[in-house]
Design a protein around this ligand. Structure first.
Ligand SMILES: [Zn+2]
Ligand SMILES: [Zn+2]
Length: 362
């Protein structure tokens, strides 16, 4: 049975996990049941186990940037899936230059062999992403030496002339990335579903004497056929309008998301960080982060269907978890984003919240 496409938030805190929140990890479940993870902060494997999702269904992991709250959970998750012998098929990882080295070192030094193979595709970073002090601490980002026994060689992906990293294009999806401004190179990912073919007009075909079967298949593949009565049947006459694909954007940490304007228009869902409230704008920018207003202004320019806020500072308690008089909850952030986008357009993510992304109308 086909299930729906949905997003599940497995961690919504910034910086470090706490008893009430995990750190960044968002699962996009496709209609065929496969799961793509976006970020994998420390403890993400436990969050996955506590959710209704199956870790063995994860076949792609996208890492927005190399801060620990977005990737310290990777080696552990990769090993656990292997130990339980749950996973078959290759795991594909995408992330900034340096991700391959991190994974290879972690798995090699711990002499962790896996029951499945993996490949790391790296996004080459560009000048615009680098903070001013980048070169004051020289770090080797290259994965050197031999591959891990389960590792297959991956690609190095550079941006095209429009400044877009083209990561995946298959018969169902196009996945792109754009750069974000943060304290280290960071990316936002845009997942676009390709349009799906319209429905065959069964009644019309029957009235023309075309029986279900191989002829239906030919029409679906774009062929003009002859009906048994000698009538020409063109695909455009008997196929309904195609259903437009959905677009989902999942951002990394960012103090400047303007690059998204080139790929993110009319997204169904934009997942954007809102680490600190509007009043702490200066601090947010200094730390490479966004406020609800920044996220909402971007969401408005992109004409998104829904803006989902996440990656909260630990000072904002989950809704309903405010106990002390001075405690603040994420409702502060929600209201600030709603002030720009209006009520009903903004969702504050909480751990284990699932948001369905319904198919678009044809
Ligand atoms: Zn972060
Ligand atoms: Zn960060």
């Amino acid at each position: 049975m086909m299930s729906s496409m949905d997003l599940t938030f497995l961690g919504t805190a910034s910086a470090y996990p706490s008893p009430t929140r995990g750190v960044s990890c968002t699962a996009l479940k496709h209609e065929d049941g496969s799961i793509w993870l976006f970020d994998c902060g420390e403890g993400s494997q436990i969050q996955l186990m506590r959710s209704l999702l199956k870790a063995s269904k994860v076949n792609k992991i996208f890492i927005t940037h190399l801060h620990g709250d977005h990737m310290f959970g990777l080696p552990g998750l990769m090993c656990t899936v292997s130990q339980n012998n749950q996973k078959t098929g290759q795991l594909e990882l995408y992330g900034p230059h340096g991700l391959r080295r991190f994974i290879r070192c972690s798995l090699q030094l711990s002499r962790s062999e896996l029951t499945y193979n993996y490949v790391v595709h790296e996004l080459q970073v560009v000048e615009e992403q680098l903070p001013a002090e980048w070169n004051t601490w020289t770090v080797n980002h290259d994965a050197e030496g031999s591959l891990h026994p389960n590792e297959h060689p991956g690609q190095q992906i550079s941006p095209d002339e429009k400044g877009v990293w083209n990561l995946i294009e298959d018969d169902r999806f196009v996945v792109k990335a754009v750069w974000l401004k943060h304290r280290i190179p960071s990316f936002g990912f845009c997942v676009e579903e390709k349009p799906t073919q319209g429905k065959l007009n069964d009644a019309m075909l029957r009235s023309m004497g075309v029986p279900p079967g191989p002829l239906y298949g030919k029409i679906k593949s774009g062929e003009t056929i002859m009906s048994p009565t000698g009538e020409e049947v063109r695909p455009e006459d008997v196929l309904g309008p195609p259903r437009p694909g959905r677009k989902v954007i999942i951002m990394g940490d960012t103090a400047d998301s303007s690059q998204l304007m080139s790929v993110g228009l009319n997204a169904d869902v934009l997942v954007h960080e809102a680490t600190l409230e509007n009043e702490l704008l200066a601090q947010a920018l200094q730390n490479g982060h966004s406020t609800p207003e920044m996220a909402a202004v971007l969401g408005k320019s992109l004409n998104v269907g829904k803006l989902v806020l996440t990656h909260y500072s630990q000072r904002y308690k989950p809704l309903g978890a405010v106990t002390e008089k001075d405690d603040k909850s994420v409702s502060v952030l929600l209201e600030q984003a709603e002030a720009v986008l209006g009520k009903g357009k903004v969702i504050c993510a909480e751990d284990f919240l699932t948001i369905p992304i319904p198919p678009r109308k044809a």
